[in-house]
Design a protein around this ligand. Sequence first.
Ligand SMILES: [Zn+2]
Length: 329
Amino acid sequence: MNFSHLPKVELHLHLDCSLSYDIVKELKPGTTYEAFRQSFIAPPKCIDLADYIKRAINGFELMQSREQLQLVTMDLFRQLKADNVVYAELRFAPLQHIMQGLTAHEVVSTVNDTVVKCIEETGIEASIILCTLRHYAESQSMQTAYLVKDFEGSKVTAFDIAADEAGFPIDSHIAAFQFVRENKIFCTAHAGEARGPQSVWETMENFRPTRIGHGIRSIEDGGLINFLRENDIHLEVCPTSNVQTNVVDRMDDHPAAKIFDQGISMSINTDARTISDVTLGSEYEVMKTIFNWKQSHFLRCNLEAMRHAFTTEDIRRKISHKILNGYIG
Ligand SMILES: [Zn+2]
């Protein structure tokens, strides 16, 4: 069974970590394929998450002008089309893209306008999640949260916290998540990746997201698994990325299948198409080969992803139909 033709939903996807070789060559002429692989793609084993995300800087350095942001966004939609993705949520940290004079507002409006155009051209539905980063000061986190609010009614629908979970505490970001909650803005948060269940508990208590980016180490705490199930918290699982960042030793040890079997709402995602050198189709192949996953597993993951998608009820319904037609016919 080959899953490449199946319609897919992707909730956890970093725009600045997913530049194809073609677009890097266009933005930085003269880059050889070897040089691209060396600097943009992480090895199968990094020391930890901090080591893995060092590669992200190569991406956002090439995303500092309107044109660069447009080209990278269009490049990602081409990859999504080839992967038969029918709904995607693209995330990035706007404050990483103001090094050459764009304002954060201009950065977000450029990506939003390009996403709108790409949706029309490809038929892929999409939303945008704006990320604050763990090492940001409270003011930067607040600025990012305000941006989501400023773009209300656009494709920008949600807020996230990314970057080095183990290296920086949550304190500077509590106010931003409180603002987001008060304004009924969707939110997710990276947790339970570089740190264990305690980090997920702390995130649930202080940020109260409806989804968790990764969250796979929740499996170490039965009480937490019960909490996630009872509160219908969705885990955005990214298998290959977790092996690379050393959250799990080998893919055979990955708890994705156990989490699924515990009845937790979850989806399979790439995280970073370039840094991890994967497609969603190849991640499905991994789940099939290692955990003997069938089409029915992917159907449930995709429907659960749509149920927790940061979009309108209309789009949720439309995409869920598309998924059902693709898997069941
Ligand atoms: Zn991520």
